[in-house]
Design a protein around this ligand. Sequence first.
Ligand code: ZN
Length: 274
Amino acid sequence: MRNIIGKSVEGRDLVLHANFPLRGKTDPGAARKSTLLIGGTHGDERATVSILDNFVASHIDSGRIAEPVAVVSLHNPDGHAADTRYNGRGVDLNRNFAHNWSPDSDEPPGHVPLSEPETLAVHAFILAHRPAKIVSLHWALSEIDADGPQSTALALRMWEALREEERKPYRLRVHRPEVPVAAHCPGSLGQWCGHGLVYPDGSRPAMVTLELPYHANVFSRPETLPANHLEGVRDLWRTRPEAYLAGVQDAVHRMLEAACRLDHVWPRAADAAG
Ligand SMILES: [Zn+2]
């Protein structure tokens, strides 16, 4: 089902596909299993949008996935139309969420947290529907990045959905207590959902940022990415998008399917009892 959850700065629809009704009472059992997938937060990260649109067709509209899932494949339609990272007001939506928001961010964060309609629409959807798992797609740091201890199981499930060969382009980053949470990406969706957000029932969503590979071939990710990694993959996308999708999409779809099927419960009963 296609839903409009808001409008962009320039008046474009913010579209959300869901395989469950958004109105009416949410079944608590279903809510605990639901997954939100987001792409195109940075408008020039075009592969994230195509891969999610294709996932809607192949895995959701087809009925292949029965677990409740919602997809915003294009969070920043104005940026996508202009082929820029930012929204119609030049704000980086992934610095505009409210948790650990900083006016001195490395990217333009907006004049206050949640100043942008695109940020607000996703924020409101998450508070209203309380997805248990959130996976946000970006391009192209080649990593699976879990925010918060409650997100480790989700990241591992996605990692395990890959064949050994397919893991090579990715770096897996899970929660480590010695790494301060505010050190990177203040005001990002990952900061809020992974570290700030607690639902009224005391549960917390699992939050993974999936940074797609910067090339279509399977070889190991270097510790330091090449300086031109984003330009290289953009050139490939401009000239031969099918080659990038052929190398990347199946593995990503398997990770997303695994995420949708995971039964995430946090805090775990054992932790809550302790
Ligand atoms: Zn991005």
